[in-house]
Structures are given as C-alpha cells and as structure tokens.
Design a protein around this ligand. Structure first.
Ligand SMILES: [Cu+2]
Length: 191
C-alpha cells in the first residue's frame, strides 16, 4: 500500500514536473486577475485606488482631498447638485460613475464644466457633435473640462486645472447628452 501511494505521488510529481511550465501560466493568470479588481472595488475609500485607476485618464493620483465622485443613473440624474472644487488643489479630479444599466447610446452621461453663462451654448453646440466626440464641440474654448461620455456600469474621470477658474465667475457642471441638461446640471462651488 505504501509503495503504491509512493508510486502515485511519484507519478504526480513527474507529471507536474513535465507540465510545470504549462501549468504555471494558467495558475498565475487567475491569481493576477483576481487581484486586479480588488483595488478598484475599494476605490471610494482607499487611498491607493485612485493611483491605480488614474492610469486610464490621468498620470498622477490626486492630492489629498482633491477629488470628488459624482454618480449618475438611468433616471437622468446626478447625485449632486453642487460640485465643490477646492481652489487650493492645483489639479482637481472629478470621477463620474454611471450606476445604471442602459447603454451609452440611450442614456450616456458626461460631466462638462464651463461658466454658467456659457452652458447653453456649449450644450447646443455639443448636440451637434457625435457621441464619439462626447457631445462636446471640438476645440470649444468655453469648456474648462469634460469627461468622456459613459454608459451604465462605467466610470470615467477628468482632472481639472483649477487655475482656469476665474475669481467672481459662476461655473456649472452638466451633461451634454442631448436633452439631459435640464435634469443634469448643477453649480460648481469653488471653495
Ligand atoms: Cu446625461
């Protein structure tokens, strides 16, 4: 019996030794894949997360407190009517989440920031642009910052250069998906 077991384990050893290289790759991949989503899940709370997700849109993690997260949904709503941006932050990161399930073509959202007085013009010119252009007119000088357009379940961000905000001007944030402005706009409060 003992010999039999020893033989089996020896055979198993031999098999794993032979297939060692092949076996190693698939074993490592799922491990890496299961590690990757973890930091993203922890994003709202964790300090390290913005650095990980910053790779897609911005180079560096925002400084402490220089970030805000805005959620949007299939009801054509932002979860904030006021966006507080700290002037003391050289760069301020705005994260937009779409918690709905509808596709971008039907219920796409973005965040565009401009002076309040420019909003209507930016929106109507943006409606003439395509979804691929995020419903923002190319080279629109009135736009201070904008995120890409996203659909349900997606997330995006933009980093704003706060030196672009002039003293004494009123700013707004809004979605330029055609027809959304009425439901999806709010005040940018510089603090
Ligand atoms: Cu929208």
């Amino acid at each position: 019996m003992k010999i039999y077991l020893a033989l089996i384990s020896a055979a198993a050893f031999a098999l794993s030794a032979c297939g060692g290289q092949e076996a190693a790759a698939p074993a490592e991949q799922p491990a890496a894949a299961s590690e990757a989503p973890a930091p993203e899940m922890a994003e709202p709370a964790s300090e390290a997360a913005p650095a990980a997700s910053a790779a897609d849109s911005a180079q560096a993690a925002p400084a402490e407190g220089c970030e805000v997260v805005v959620s949007s949904d299939d009801q054509m709503k932002f979860d904030k009517q006021e966006l507080e941006i700290k002037k003391s932050c050289k760069e301020f990161k705005i994260v937009l989440k779409h918690t709905g399930t509808m596709p971008k073509a039907a219920m796409g959202h973005n965040i565009v920031i401009s002076k309040a007085e420019d909003a209507q013009g930016v929106v109507s010119d943006g409606a003439g642009a395509t979804a691929e252009k995020n419903f923002v007119k190319e080279g629109d000088e009135r736009v201070i910052a904008y995120t890409p357009l996203i659909g349900g379940g997606e997330e995006t961000s933009v980093t704003v250069d706060t030196s672009k905000f002039a003293e004494g001007s009123q700013y707004e944030f809004y979605c330029t998906f055609p027809g959304h402005y009425g439901m999806m706009h709010g005040t940018v409060k510089l603090i």
